[in-house]
Unconditional design. Structure first.
Length: 304
């Protein structure tokens, strides 16, 4: 196990006070094909994440045990929890967003728009008003490794919002090439969305954009927040509004003003991450085949 100080690049001295140099980067699991979508369950002291090509979801508990959470997950990718603590999941295979009810049954939240199937929902976040926001690139239908190869039915790859009262699905952004990770600022006035099109096109976008969020859910703006040195996939935000984002084989950390503070390197490409633990200061990192954790001097945003 490496010390955090051994794998950290300090770009701005402010980053020194955000990392714990004596903490260890711990490998928790190494038998995934493509680890993604970590989500923390504080009430169960456990982390759940997706292993997309194996079409399963795994569970890590605080005592270090790893077990299968869901054996057939429809090639699940991104996960989050709603205000009631229910699991919200993006499924490549079924091309839908679902909710796991307390009794274990599955409720479909979204699987089509205007009568046509979604592409392959990728990542999802729930706002404190209960609205569900998700991205819909075609990664899960481009081949049979992370889903089922199929043609796109939608005209574009969009960001969607599901109304918390009516359940109506609406497009909030339609000018992305490959929308991917997304997260709200601590006050929820800004929505950040990654475009990871560089994954399949060297000239494609490799950036995170930011939007102002209206009370009615409408988005304004959409300027590039940062361009990353590596594919921007999933990311999370701490209580000070700093963005901790995947960027190739590492995590880049940016201030709300887009100043890059530093980078934490990993041996494999980072897909996504999540803050967890009793104080939400333990960072869980889903890399290509592996799951890591490390303690940081930052606390992840916890939605009510």
């Amino acid at each position: 196990m490496a010390l955090v100080s051994d794998v950290t690049e300090i770009i701005d001295r402010r980053f020194i006070f955000m990392i714990n140099g004596t903490a260890q980067v711990e490998k928790l699991y190494d038998q995934c094909r493509w680890a993604e979508g970590p989500v923390w369950f504080a009430d169960a002291n456990q982390l759940v994440w997706s292993d997309i090509p194996n079409s399963r979801m795994l569970r890590w508990t605080w005592n270090g045990n790893v077990s299968v959470f869901r054996a057939d997950s429809n090639y699940s990718n991104g996960n989050t929890r709603d205000r009631e603590g229910r699991l919200i999941t993006c499924e490549h295979g079924a091309r839908r967003v679902t909710r796991t009810e307390p009794d274990g049954s599955i409720t479909v939240i979204a699987d089509s728009y205007k009568g046509k199937r979604l592409n392959s929902p990728n990542d999802v976040v729930v706002k404190s008003d209960g609205s569900i926001w998700f991205t819909d690139p075609p990664y899960g239908i481009m081949g049979d490794y992370e889903g089922h190869k199929a043609p796109m039915e939608q005209d574009s790859c969009c960001v969607y919002r599901v109304d918390p009262k009516s359940g109506k699905i609406s497009v909030v952004a339609d000018d992305f090439v490959r929308p991917n990770g997304l997260a709200f600022s601590p006050d929820e006035e800004i929505l950040y969305v990654a475009d990871s099109a560089v994954s399949h096109d060297p000239d494609g976008p490799s950036h995170i954009r930011w939007f102002k969020v209206g009370k009615d859910g409408a988005l304004k703006g959409g300027k590039v927040f940062v361009t990353t040195d590596g594919i921007p996939d999933g990311f999370r935000i701490d209580t000070d509004g700093n963005i901790w984002t995947s960027a190739g084989a590492g995590i880049n950390v940016y201030t709300p003003e887009a100043d890059m503070l530093g980078r934490i390197r990993f041996p494999q490409n980072v897909a996504n991450l999540a803050f967890g633990g009793p104080k939400r200061n333990r960072l869980f990192v889903a890399c290509t085949h592996e799951l890591y954790s490390l303690y940081v001097v930052a606390n992840g945003v916890q939605r009510p």
